[in-house]
Structures are given as C-alpha cells and as structure tokens.
Design a protein around this ligand. Sequence first.
Ligand code: NCD
Length: 298
Amino acid sequence: MKDFSREEIDYVLDTAEKLEPVARGEKRSRLLDGKIVSLLFFEPSTRTRLSFEVAARRLGGQVLNLGSVEASSVMKGENLADTIRVISKYSDLIVLRHPLDGSARMAAEFTSVPLINGGDGSINHPTQTFLDLYTIRRESHLEGLKIAMAGDLKYGRTVHSLCHALSLYGAEMTFVSPPELRMPSEIVRVLRKQNIRVKETESLEEIIGDIDVLYMTRVQKERFPDPVEYEKVKNKLKVTGDLLKAAAPGLKVLHPLPRVNEISPDVDETPHACYFEQAFYGVPIRMALLALTIGVIE
Ligand code: NCD
C-alpha cells in the first residue's frame, strides 16, 4: 500500500465503481480482450484467487492458473525467481500469493510484466485493502472514520495494509486483541508519528458503542511457530448478536474471510453484517486493478 497516494487510491475506487455493473453481470465489457492473467497461488485462497479470475473473465480476459503447487515444477525444486521469469513470458500480468514475507517485492525484480501482490506472508495484502476501503466508502464513510480492528493484529496481513491506507484518510483507530496478538509496535509508532489517534484494548465491549466500523480478523493459525500458543488465544474475541446490541445502528462489521468462530452466525442476519457484500466488492476492485495495471484504461 505504501506505493499509493490518497489520490491514486481514490482513483482506483472510482474506477471500480464505474465497473461495478460489469462485475454484477448487468453490463458487458471486452477491456481485457486478448489479455492473459496468470494466477500463482502458493498458499490457500478462495476469494482472492476466484475474484481475480472472475474479474479477468468478466472483462473478456483469459486466465492461466498454476493450480496446486504439488502439480507444478515447484515440487521439483524450481525457485520462485525462475517460475516468475517463465510465467511472465506466458502472460500479460501475474498475481502472486506466497507465504514468505517480501516475496512479491522480490518477484517483481524477475518479471517482465506487471505483478500484483495477492498476499505475502504476514506483511501485506494490498488488493484486500482496496476492497476494504471500497466497502467502507460504499457502506459507511471514509472521511472522519472511527474504526476498530480486532483479532490477530500480529500476523494478520490485511490489517497491516489497511492501517497504512486509512492513515491517509486520517481515520481514528482502535486495536482490539489479546496481548499476545497486538499490532506490531513499529506500525503503531509510524501511525502516531502521522498524528493518527490510536488506542489499544483487549475488550470489544469497551469500544463497541463508539465506532463506525468493526473489522474482525481470523487468528492466523498457520503462522504460529508454536501450536500451543494458538490454542491459548484462538477463542479470545468473538462478535455476537448480544454484543452488537450496544452498537450504533449504523455500525458495519467487516471481515476479510474466512471466519472460523470469531463472528457468530446470528450476526449474519443483522443489518450490521457486511462481510459477504465485502467479498463481492473484490470483483469490481480487482477489475479496476487489472485494467489500470495492464494499461487498458488510464
Ligand atoms: C485473508 C488473507 O489471506 O490474508 N483472506 C483473504 O484474502 N480474504 C485473511 C485470512 O486468511 O484470514
């Protein structure tokens, strides 16, 4: 996200808004006619991979999918640099998801076509942030926003990217987590230096009445070095219908998904639930990112 100014982010959001009827299948587009998008996912993904695929197809483009890592030459010991060098000769753009921190930045050195980061380790998930911002703009408001981010703030890459972007809009941020999963102190320090109001707490009850958006996250089991540590913290925070009785009527609950048990199913039927619509907004956002990055719109 640090590659983007606020003006550039707004431009991507405006472009996504124009493409939304295409994302909904109400209008047709051939913007990516003749273009091939490669999806290289070295970690599990449902929404990011499929919404990129839908975005490319709805714009008339083709998709090349590496498929499972087990079925590719990665299993023969091929390194990421060589994979990227070759796939960039087969396609017009690459989307990469990889478990290593900094992998997308590294891969960008070896590609001859644009490369989009679909999530690198616990560090960044910029396209998720774009769709989160789009959701907040559509369903709440970016200006003067009071947001709480809750759950695994230590390993969750979505919140790391989101903090940076929201600092450009002057949002007030509350971080809710058990002490073991606090937002990295370096991120908090940078936000405070930008004069962003940041609060940290362990309790959802304490803050639920005073926010516009609650951004819940999953405890990132796969990133814990010690499974015992995961067991200790996995059920510490939960959003329930009961908790939301104390919320402002306009409060929106977001979640990048997948959820495990941090949002109880009784929340789904309340007007606060926004996470499934949020997952849909990944389509217009990724259409805008593909079209702008390949350069078929300016
Ligand atoms: C997130 C991710 O991969 O970081 N998922 C997603 O892309 N929607 C969040 C998560 O896995 O918990």
